[in-house]
Design a protein around this ligand. Sequence first.
Ligand SMILES: [Zn+2]
Length: 505
Amino acid sequence: MATNLPSIAVVASSRAVISGRLTSATVVISLTTGKITAVFDSVIPASEFPVNTPYTDYSPHVLLPGLVDAHVHLNEPGRTEWEGFYTGTQAAAFGGVTTVIDMPLNAIPPTTTVNGLKEKIQAAQGKCWVDVGFYGGIIPGNAGELKALVQEGVRGFKGFLIDSGVDEFPAVGREDIKKVMAELADEPTTLMFHAEMVPPITASVGDEVQTSDAPADPAGPLEAYATFLASRPSSFETCAIESILSLAHLAPNLPLHIVHLSAMEAIPLLREARANGVKITAETCFHYLSLAAEEVRDGDTRHKCCPPIRSKLNQDSLWEELEKHTGDGVIKTVVSDHSPCTPDLKMLPAHVPGHCTGGKEEESGNFFSAWGGISSVGLGLPILWTDLSRRKGLTSSPEDENTKNALQDVVRLCCANTAAQVGLQSHKGDLVVGFDADICVFDDSAEWTVEPSTMLFRNKCSPYQGRTLRGMVRETWLRGERIFSRDQGFHSQSPHGKLLLEKRV
Ligand SMILES: [Zn+2]
């Protein structure tokens, strides 16, 4: 007897973002390959498809491509108590993120050698709820590993110009970067930098010193956010970016990328370099667009990250760059930089949610001793939508032109451009024929409050706890399979995420 299992599934909505445009759409998915096989620009009724076809019309919720979060620290193996593949990717799926790219540091070993990558791959087997790719790291002395890492499928490379916070991932200097650029000059990859650097002493003497921020020891109480902010001035970012730009000519074909840009002062530098033909882009993070220094209470180290969250004015400037320069801007992507740790390392004082006993009480609330990193994987879309709603006065009306543009912007910044940054643009980041059926079903008007039960990452410690966000991910589909719904949770017992190890082309 022939089995009569459906071979396709169909999702439709009066609102979907397809090829960057908001439209009504019907998306046909092969259940054999998990790929999209047809897209129509109207809602086609279920009666037009074979009787046993799984069919859902999600109107008026919005069909978005699954988000590609190109900056996540999963920390496994080695610091699995901070985060892990299982919990980190569950948190991603909760928020409509169907691809995460894992950063090369904070796991032990770091992903700075082929063997390190192999340990990661081993540790990730069977634990990923969404698709996972890996970056490689550049550290002093590992230039000889880089070409092999490209062959093994890393999505790009990242290095630091300042202390990374962990001993096994030291910063690179100019001579190291020169070697790296020589190795990677014509490879299909992206070279990325944590762009903070203590300005060299020679740059701090002379007339400049009167107007520039000099590197400073803490000048104030260590629990005061202002003291921490003053210790990581914008000049750390601009100095690092100038240093990178001064080497860019060594590898003119190699795309360069600044991770987690915070300082508005860096934008003109990057704009000018791009105008001169330098292949450089930047990303910013959900937290720089939603949190501001003025609002951080003393001792609330949940807000510590590097580079730091800066002023309200700085936040407005980042938004201005995103909104005024949709095509030619320097900030191409928005990512989480999810970088968790165990609660004791955050050294939270007792009155801050996420506090745990067992930390060093005498250092509680100390911004300088606390681990730097913000947890938000899977919260990014609602965080961005909440701020977009406030800034643009979005309404729930389907005719609202601002809402339409904002949805398109979100897809550009968090799906299409992040996929392109990591070389996945041929099958991730859009809802078109031939692409993976990775879908985020987004309810753009629902409001909800972040609480431990909605933070699926391992350690429930985030500055977003207690915040009411606008926009809720109703369902997440991964390669044609509905993996998560807000009402019913995870649909299968075991994770079906894939490791993305195909070499970039
Ligand atoms: Zn990071």
